[in-house]
Design a protein around this ligand. Structure first.
Ligand code: HEC
Length: 176
């Protein structure tokens, strides 16, 4: 009798907690823009590229974890530090390439990020490849491979900056 009562309670509970069904459209997650292009650059690409660059001169395996790695703000000294941090930065750079393809993002001068330009797409692919190359180099824990990977990152950043950022006309001429 007791088990029976519990069973009914369980059925009632599961019926209550069932999520409301909504139309398919509102459940489809779509990419959304939250920041300007410069914020992606300064907040994601800059710090992660620096972690990749750091692995050229200092072997990440030799980096001592922070006193409390779980609250460390230097990724290389955190719980996910050393070579793992470098692997993660490679992946983050490759994933951040996706953020450079979402429509609706603006450059600092108010122009739309030129996501449809063929050379923009090529530079984004270059960034993606350099990110994955860094990931693989970090997985191999080989500093010679890291030198090549860091070089690929520098080139990928510079290729796009030469065309879209470092313009003689200054900020107003960016993103064209
Ligand atoms: C596909 C093009 C593209 C790639 C690839 C790219 N950037 Fe940028 N970056 C830009 C543009 C355009 C701006 C200027 C943004 C603005 O003014 O709104 C910029 C701005 C910046 C800034 C801010 C400084 C400034 O003068 O505004 C930093 C830092 C930066 N990028 C770092 C990087 C790093 C590091 C990489 C490589 C890991 C990289 N970027 C890859 C296009 C790119």
């Amino acid at each position: 009798m007791r088990t029976y009562g519990l069973l009914i309670a369980a059925i009632l509970l599961s019926a209550c907690s069932k999520p409301q069904s909504r139309p398919a459209t509102s459940q489809t997650p779509t990419a959304q823009v939250h920041g300007a292009l410069g914020q992606i650059m300064r907040g994601i690409l800059f710090p992660n590229a620096n972690i990749i660059f750091a692995a050229q001169s200092k072997n990440p395996a030799d980096i001592k974890p922070a006193a409390d790695p779980s609250t460390a703000t230097d990724a290389l000294q955190s719980t996910y530090g050393g070579w793992t941090a470098v692997e993660n930065s490679g992946i983050v750079v490759a994933e951040a390439a996706n953020l450079l393809t979402i429509p609706g993002r603006k450059c600092g001068n108010g122009r739309a990020v030129p996501i449809d330009n063929p050379d923009w797409k090529m530079f984004v692919q270059g960034l993606r490849d350099a990110g994955m190359k860094s990931y693989q180099a970090a997985q191999s824990k080989n500093q010679d491979s890291m030198l090549d990977a860091a070089d690929a990152i520098t080139t990928a950043c510079a290729n796009c900056h030469d065309k879209y950022r470092d313009k003689p006309g200054g900020d107003a001429a960016r993103c064209i």
